[in-house]
Design a protein around this ligand. Structure first.
Ligand SMILES: Nc1ncnc2c1ncn2[C@@H]1O[C@H](COP(=O)(O)OP(=O)(O)O)[C@@H](O)[C@H]1O
Ligand SMILES: O=P(O)(O)OC[C@H]1O[C@](O)(COP(=O)(O)O)[C@@H](O)[C@@H]1O
Ligand SMILES: [Mg+2]
Length: 543
């Protein structure tokens, strides 16, 4: 709906344009006709409903309650309404939402660049050849791929109480044939926020390389997270392929990281002053909340700026993605600590090894590391409550393990069992609650317990958290970082903003930021993966 005229203020975009008030509908997606298998599934539901009573969700059923309260599942049209709502929620904010007259140009991104002679006068590569390597704006990726025939199926993620099959499509990431920025008018900035994570340098490197392939000359790094936008002593870091060529060979971030920082309005002031019109933000939940706020502020000020997130969280706590970069590396590196704890415990008389791994509210690293190592007897995560003391507590099980196996290994996520510790009431500069040290607590309580019952126990505690976070990305994360970095640049040139990029059922997709950070992604205690972990450790419930 075009209904008003406003003046655009922006780093390099001053003109009068007509403005859309709604932020949706950059392209209208018509879902493809359902394949025959889908039709079969619908028939299965029909049979199911006809021959059985409506199943009630059991304790093993996950009903996604995000946005579901507004649907009346007795309405025969609820599925259509759900899909329409889903499509609106996952439509990607685009520059044309506020600049409907912005006209795209043919992409300058081309893979046919054999020799420098192929470049035009400004160093671009010609893309007027008949090349079919582009993503169509209507391409989609299926978000959920399992059809659960019953809400009682293990790990079932259901929308309605019958667990009806509903296709949920998200936007496919990649280079578009038409782009909304002239490379010579782009000043791109990269910022890395929050804590460290393996792979940050790989993503920075790929963003720079891809920007250069589009023909961008002005690329800078903002030092030390959002703080770099306001701290006068911190100056922009000029970036080029030459600068970033080897940075992925070491961990950390070339640009530095930080928590806390200036208000969003100050960050956007700084973007305007610096003439930045593409901002690539690497960070977790908090950083993405900031990126989305920056995107909204840019829209409010009518700036032609693309803000693109790349999810960075070693905790793997971003919604809807197969995994985030750095997580794989963390799991791999954690093996060294778990193995050391095992060797120590196994070599001692009545040895107990305790390893603490990162995971503020999500126990993915602890769960996957325990599964992978096969050396862990007790895995404790924030999502699953446990008692230390009492007949069903962890300590009593440790006693049993010493009696039966002679040694034991405990792997605990940092956010687990916080209810057992005194609250610190402290927060870090970003507002995250500072946790008590559950690893130290378990070590102390274990020593105390075995002393009290007069049983010898040799307890060794390993906290490898910062050693894990600082390593360079492994090969698998290296690939993930590479593709995410490239897709971030493609998303910006395609004219999107307020989006992030992630791996979705082995494909790469763009998501509107709010959809992936509404809450941290958690381990589902009813999921197959957690059940597999329990099968592997043979641990009982500790409640
Ligand atoms: N809700 C928010 N709105 C705007 N900025 C935020 C918000 N939450 C966090 N930030 C900023 O994002 C940055 C990183 O946040 P933090 O929680 O430390 O790490 P992460 O992004 O890894 O979760 C910090 O500079 C912080 O000030
Ligand atoms: O000591 P720091 O830098 O605050 O980092 C500790 C935090 O970093 C993390 O590993 C990841 O946190 P972020 O995703 O917010 O960077 C958490 O598990 C942990 O609580
Ligand atoms: Mg966080």
């Amino acid at each position: 709906m075009i209904d008003e005229e406003k003046s655009i203020r922006g780093p390099r975009f001053h003109q009068k344009v007509k403005v859309k008030q709604t932020s949706s509908s950059y392209t209208q997606f018509t879902p493809p006709p359902p394949p025959s298998r889908t039709l079969n599934k619908v028939r299965v539901f029909a049979q199911f409903k006809a021959t059985t009573q409506t199943p009630t969700p059991s304790s093993t059923t996950t009903i996604n309650n995000n946005n579901l309260n507004k649907f009346d599942f007795s309405d025969p049209d609820w599925k259509t309404k759900f899909q329409q709502d889903f499509e609106a929620r996952f439509s990607l904010p685009h520059l044309t939402d506020i600049f409907p007259d912005a006209s795209p140009i043919p992409s300058t991104f081309c893979l046919k660049m054999r020799t420098p002679v192929d470049r035009d006068i400004q160093g671009h590569y010609s893309s007027d050849e008949d090349w079919h390597g582009y993503i169509n704006n209507n391409d989609r990726v299926l978000l959920k791929t399992i059809y659960y025939s019953s809400p009682t199926s293990a790990g079932a993620e259901c929308i309605d109480p019958n667990c009806t099959w509903v296709e949920q499509w998200v936007h496919r990431a990649g280079p578009r044939e038409k782009i909304y920025y002239k490379p010579e008018e782009v000043k791109a900035a990269i910022v890395t926020c929050g804590g460290l994570c393996p792979g940050l340098n790989d993503v920075i490197r790929q963003i720079v390389i891809t920007l250069e392939i589009y023909g961008v000359k002005k690329i800078v790094g903002i030092p030390f997270g959002y703080r770099g936008f306001s701290d006068q002593e911190l100056t922009e870091v000029p970036l080029s392929r030459k600068v970033v060529q080897n940075i992925h060979l070491s961990g950390g971030s070339l640009l530095g990281v930080s928590r806390g920082g200036p208000a969003v309005s100050n960050i956007v002031d700084s973007l305007e002053e610096r003439g930045i019109n593409m901002l690539f933000v690497l960070g977790g939940n908090g950083t993405h909340a900031g990126a989305n706020a920056i995107h909204n502020e840019c829209r409010k000020r009518r700036l032609k700026v693309s803000v693109i997130g790349v999810p960075k969280t070693i905790d793997n706590d971003i919604l809807l993605m197969d995994k985030t970069f750095g997580f794989d590396t963390a799991v791999e590196e954690a093996q060294r600590a778990i193995n050391s704890a095992y060797i120590e415990a196994h070599s001692a008389y009545h040895g107990i090894g305790v390893v603490k791994l990162m995971g503020r509210s999500s126990g993915f690293i602890a769960m996957q590391s325990s599964l992978s190592s096969g050396q862990v007897d007790i895995c404790l995560i924030p999502e699953v409550p446990f008692n230390l003391h009492g007949p069903h507590g962890v300590l009593s099980h440790l006693k049993h393990l010493l009696e039966t196996k002679g040694s034991a290994v405990v792997c605990v996520a940092e956010g687990a069992g916080q209810n057992l510790l005194q609250k610190t009431n402290a927060t870090d500069a970003s507002g995250n609650v500072v946790f008590g040290d559950i690893g130290v607590y378990i070590q102390q309580e274990t020593k105390k317990y075995f002393k009290e019952i007069g049983v010898h126990a040799d307890v060794k505690y390993i906290d490898p958290t910062y050693m894990i976070r600082a390593v360079r990305a492994n090969a698998s994360d290296g690939i993930l970082c590479t593709v995410l970095g490239q897709n971030a640049v493609h998303g910006a040139f395609a004219g999107y903003s307020g989006i992030t990029v992630g791996l979705c059922n082995t494909h790469y997709a763009y998501f509107p930021i709010p959809e992936v950070i509404s809450h941290p992604r958690l381990v589902d205690p009813n999921s197959r993966m957690w059940h597999r972990c329990l099968t592997s450790t043979c641990q009982p419930d500790f409640i």
